[in-house]
Design a binder for this molecule. Structure first.
Ligand SMILES: [Zn+2]
Ligand SMILES: [Zn+2]
Ligand SMILES: [Zn+2]
Length: 185
């Protein structure tokens, strides 16, 4: 038989969670830095990230599913490993996945993990969180590895995702909080 917590206990749990979400992400920087150098993303992904900060900027939802001129095609299927043991899992959004892509022709970032190839059809993705908060270029990851890496940022390290009405990550241009420290697409 499982223990039913007292009402007071439940209330304080919710209170703790509410306070936690107000903290900026580690390393407790007030906001991500906008970096002007492209460390290795596709040039279109790199400019899209900026376009999504500007009112009216960025592609439409359906445009993300058209092939990029570099040959990249995004999928919206999320690996089951990402959701495993995480009932309130957060969708990083197709926009963010698209913004993270690396040209398939770039051999430096090729992954030979069989599961990556099966899951993502050969997508190679870099990490904006590592780059914008820490100035670190993580290099390319296959889809499964990329989701696991993102999950580590959110679940283990405490980075918070700025979420839109549908619960997924929202674009910076749709966020009303000035210098919001959460992660946007
Ligand atoms: Zn591209
Ligand atoms: Zn990262
Ligand atoms: Zn925000």
């Amino acid at each position: 038989m499982s223990k039913v917590p007292e009402m007071q206990e439940v209330t304080s749990l919710f209170a703790a969670r509410a306070v936690e979400t107000e903290l900026p992400p580690p390393p407790y920087a007030p906001a991500p830095l906008s970096r002007t150098q492209n460390p290795g993303f596709c040039e279109h992904a790199f400019s899209e990230r900026n376009a999504n900060t500007i009112p009216g900027g960025g592609r439409t939802g359906s445009q993300y599913f058209e092939p990029c001129t570099c040959g990249f095609v995004v999928s919206d299927s999320i690996p089951s490993s990402y959701k495993e043991g995480w009932p309130g899992w957060i969708d990083p959004s197709v926009n963010y996945r698209w913004e993270s892509h690396i040209p398939p022709s770039n051999p430096t970032f090729a992954s030979n993990k069989k599961s990556d190839l099966e899951e993502g059809g050969g997508e190679r993705l870099g990490c904006w969180i590592c780059y914008e908060y820490d100035g670190v270029w993580k290099g390319g990851m296959g889809v499964e590895e990329w989701y696991a890496h993102f999950r580590g940022h959110v679940r283990a390290e405490g980075y918070r995702v700025c979420r839109g009405k549908t619960g997924g990550m929202q674009r910076r241009r749709n966020c009303g909080v000035e210098r919001c420290s959460k992660v946007h697409s």
